[in-house]
Design a protein around this ligand. Structure first.
Ligand code: 13P
Ligand code: SF4
Length: 368
């Protein structure tokens, strides 16, 4: 190994040779490792992954489905997770220590998960407890770090995904009269609103100023929303909705609940990635749709449903940059490392974080 190869390896940087390979060679190599390893290797792929990666996924799904599949899979020695870092952490927490979880590119993070760090959260919790006493239960969207999941688990709370958020928020209100919802204010607000909680009963916790943003009587607050968001879904605007309504009056608008409240309000439907896929699959041929979610998925839905008119709600939308870091060269690099008996880009959640985070995940997964 020369000095550059050693540097690439230590820094977890894709070796140059994979950048130079043709698509055919990369695909052949991926197939060869998959055939060689059979059930010892499992490749889950989130719906937002690129087609060049998804073609090698053993299962595709939204965050909930991929967490369930990780929990059920006791056979695979290697789980090469095609998604982002928090998803790979979840898979590591839910699988046995014998099973290795690998993220093909360690830079595949999530800007939303980064918006709630553990010291901000501990600080917020102390301040909020001074205001509200022991009346709050924390819930976190799975799009959060293992440390945040562990915090939530330690305080009796649970994780939620966009597929089960209403169920989990209802469950939380059976435990305590208030919830702190991390880290996505939009999913929290949209979910609580659907459950009949008025906007004036929701406050926002700003982790930068360390303050509660609310005008009114504190006693009226039922939901405290962490001021985080998805940088992809925030790009869908009221103006996008108005333009589609003007240009295509018969078009249905369907969006992900990570979109702002105003956008969800003006749309026809909102739901998780699985919900969006199902709604379009079960719609009439000839129907027309504007979709407000990540672009790799929108493009795939368009390709699969040539009998329907489908567009992105925002015509200038880009894919999620961090999801897109997983590409065919990184996937093949990870697979070949396994083939050579090396374990690179391992995602390992240390104890006691893993055990507390598992409590939060289990509270969700036992309510399917
Ligand atoms: P779901 O897979 O739960 O729909 O979440 C979308 C998302 O943003 C994943 O990062
Ligand atoms: Fe994070 Fe949004 Fe990308 Fe999902 S789509 S990984 S929430 S930035």
């Amino acid at each position: 190994m020369n000095i550059f190869q050693i540097a690439e390896k230590q820094a977890s940087i894709l070796p140059e040779k994979y950048r130079l390979m043709s698509v055919k060679e990369l695909e052949d190599r991926a197939r060869e490792i998959k055939n060689r390893f059979g059930n010892r290797l499992f490749i889950p792929g989130h719906h937002y992954q690129k087609d060049e990666v998804i073609q090698f996924a053993d299962a595709t799904g939204d965050s909930l489905k991929l967490a369930q599949l990780s929990q059920e899979n006791t056979e695979a020695e290697y789980i090469v997770f095609c998604g982002v870092h928090f998803m790979a952490e979840t898979a590591d927490i839910l699988t046995s220590p014998r099973q290795k979880v690998i993220l093909p590119d360690m830079r595949a993070g999530c800007s939303m998960a980064d918006m709630a760090d553990i010291s901000q959260t501990e600080r917020a919790w102390t301040k909020l407890q001074n205001m509200f006493g022991d009346t709050m239960l924390p819930l976190t969207y799975v799009n959060s770090t293992a440390a945040i999941k562990a915090f939530v688990g330690r305080h009796g709370g649970a994780t939620v995904t966009s597929s089960n958020a209403e169920k989990m928020v209802s469950w939380a209100f059976e435990q305590k009269p208030r919830i702190l919802f991390l880290p996505d204010q939009h999913l929290g607000r949209n979910t609580a609103y659907n459950l009949g909680i008025a906007l004036r009963e929701m406050a926002v916790w700003n982790p930068i100023t360390d303050q509660l943003e609310y005008e009114g009587d504190l006693e009226d607050i039922k939901v405290i929303l962490w001021k985080g968001h998805c940088s992809v879904h925030e790009n869908f605007t009221i103006q996008n909705v108005q333009e589609v309504r003007e240009q295509y009056p018969d078009m249905k608008i369907i969006v992900h609940p990570e979109c702002r409240r105003e956008v969800v309000e003006l749309s026809d439907m909102a739901g998780s990635t699985n919900f969006i896929i199902d709604a379009i699959e079960h719609s009439e041929p000839g129907s027309s749709w504007a979709i407000g979610t990540e672009m790799n998925l929108v493009k795939r839905i368009i390709a699969l449903h040539q009998d329907k008119k489908i567009i992105s709600l925002n015509p200038h939308m880009c894919p999620c940059l961090t999801m897109n870091r997983i590409d065919l060269p990184h996937l093949v690099w990870s697979l070949e490392a396994i083939g050579e008996g090396e374990s690179q880009n391992l995602v390992q959640v240390e104890e006691p974080t893993a055990a507390y985070a598992k409590l939060a995940l289990d509270r969700m997964l036992e309510r399917p």
